[in-house]
Design a protein around this ligand. Structure first.
Ligand code: GDP
Ligand code: MG
Length: 453
């Protein structure tokens, strides 16, 4: 067990309850120095994970707060070490004084993510679980939270374990035969493993395929708003954002560059991109904006095509529609419903056409519903979706090494040549789970956490 560390785990704002956490060698005795239970028994005799009412005191013995203490003894705690939590009144002043008292009693300030890092070092969590803890804290949609919760519970870890196990078996068999020729070990035939290797490669491939959805869980759906100038694209972004993010005028070409805003629409996080209206233009700056608009459409997960419903469709509209129809997900929005109905839904060759008014917000609820059916809660977000770029990259390398190994097998390479690839795959997978990850990378991972987690 390491030296005791302490931190406020609930942030620095006024709330009903605020929680201090302390973990490490001797932290229960240390807690006894500052906390006196109302019951006669001292904290060191308290049962595990039971709330004990008492008083937290400062160095002079003055009561800082009447609060609850919870003891969790190693290894049955989050960190795997002895841990004490104090559930205080959530005043930043109370929590600061209580923390001060713990420091004076001998605890050190916890670094960012140090509790979870200790949990990792003590084998309570692997890296997929530890990284999912931060994803869970930061999740801002129900899907993202559900997937992260699944990963904290070990879904990804369990998915990777059989693959890693197969590769370990193969390598250990090979080395056992090589190193102990006199022992009665079954002959090593690489070809006997080709089926397993192929299966493992398949499993990794399937996992890698989930990353496109994982990226959406992590960053939201990239949604490009397109249409010719003055149809109300910027007005739509402002309406969805709930404030005037973009300048809106009746002068065509006002938006000359792409503007981004992240919003929560229903249960879907959208990274909205307002583009310069797509049209042929002689204005150099606007032309650059138009080029960016085209790029935005190409990269978008969703395209929102906007037209001005008070005017008949123009050739410019038609050209942009062409561009949109190449996309898998495109929704047409007939804007300015307050000004008249020159465009009918049937005029637009989209699966979904919604009449809206960016000025009043009419029709935006329907847009929200459609977006949710396209992107929210559609597949089980149970932790089996790869969301983390670091993990994705390592899995990709593991997959490529396995393909290389399989190719070597097919071409009749020597076992040790093939084994090199298999060992590389194992190393890459070890980076995902943390079995072989470098110290500096671990440090960086836990830097992403907040203090107290
Ligand atoms: N009446 C009405 N005017 C709108 C509506 N949406 C946008 N406008 C107006 O149309 C003009 C162009 O809007 P803007 O959002 O800048 O269009 P953009 O060039 O496509 O970004 C502005 O004068 C807006 O106030 C709407 O729903 N109803
Ligand atoms: Mg605009």
């Amino acid at each position: 067990m390491l030296h005791p560390i302490a931190a406020v785990s609930t942030g620095n704002q006024i709330s009903a309850i605020g929680i201090l956490r302390m973990t490490g060698e001797g932290c229960i005795q240390l807690a006894e120095a500052v906390f006196t239970p109302h019951a006669t028994a001292p904290l060191s005799q308290a049962p595990d994970r039971k709330l004990i009412l008492g008083c937290l005191r400062d160095r002079q013995g003055r009561v800082i707060d009447q609060c609850m203490a919870v003891v969790s003894r190693a290894p049955h705690s989050y960190t795997g070490e002895d841990t004490v939590e104090f559930h205080c009144h959530g005043s930043p002043a109370v929590l600061a004084a209580a923390l001060e008292s713990l420091y004076l009693a001998g605890a050190k300030p916890a670094q960012r993510g140090e509790f979870t890092k200790r949990a990792f070092l003590n084998g309570k969590l692997d890296l997929t679980q530890a990284e999912a803890v931060i994803d869970l804290i930061e999740a801002d949609t129900a899907d993202a939270a559900a997937n992260a919760a699944g990963q904290v519970g070990g879904v990804l870890k369990k998915k990777l374990a059989p693959v890693y196990n197969d590769l370990t078996n193969l390598c250990s068999h090979f080395h056992a035969v090589l190193d102990y020729p006199d022992e009665d070990i079954e002959d090593f035939g690489l070809e006997n493993y080709s089926g397993t290797l192929r299966q493992d490669a398949k499993a990794l491939y399937a996992l890698l395929q989930t990353y496109s959805q994982g990226r959406i869980l992590r960053q939201g759906v990239t949604a490009a708003i397109v249409g010719r100038p003055n149809v109300g694209k910027s007005s739509l972004l402002n309406a969805l954002a709930g404030y005037d993010r973009v300048i809106v005028t009746d002068i065509p070409g006002t938006t000359r560059d792409t503007v981004e805003e992240s919003i929560l629409l229903g249960n879907t996080r959208l990274r909205l991109i307002d583009t310069a209206g797509i049209r042929d233009t002689a204005d150099l700056v606007e032309a650059m904006g138009v080029r960016r608009s085209r790029e935005a459409v190409e990269q978008a997960d969703l395209v929102l095509f906007v037209c001005d419903g008070s005017q008949p469709l123009t050739q410019e509209d038609q050209d942009i529609i062409e561009l949109c129809l190449e996309k898998e997900n495109a929704i047409a929005l007939i804007n300015k419903s307050d000004l008249g109905e020159a465009v009918a839904p049937g005029d637009l060759p989209f699966t979904t056409v919604i009449t809206i008014c960016a000025k009043t917000g009419e029709g935006l609820d329907q847009l929200s519903e459609v977006v949710d059916t396209l992107f929210a809660g559609q597949s089980p977000c149970d932790g089996s979706i790869l969301t983390n770029p670091r993990q994705f990259d390592a899995c990709r390398r593991a997959y490529e090494s396995l393909l290389h190994a399989l190719q070597g097998l097919k071409l009749g390479f020597t076992p040790d040549a093939v084994l090199t690839d298999v060992e590389q795959a194992m190393a890459a997978m070890g980076e995902v789970t943390g079995a072989t990850v470098r110290e500096d990378i671990t440090a960086r991972i836990f830097q992403r956490f907040c203090v107290g987690k």
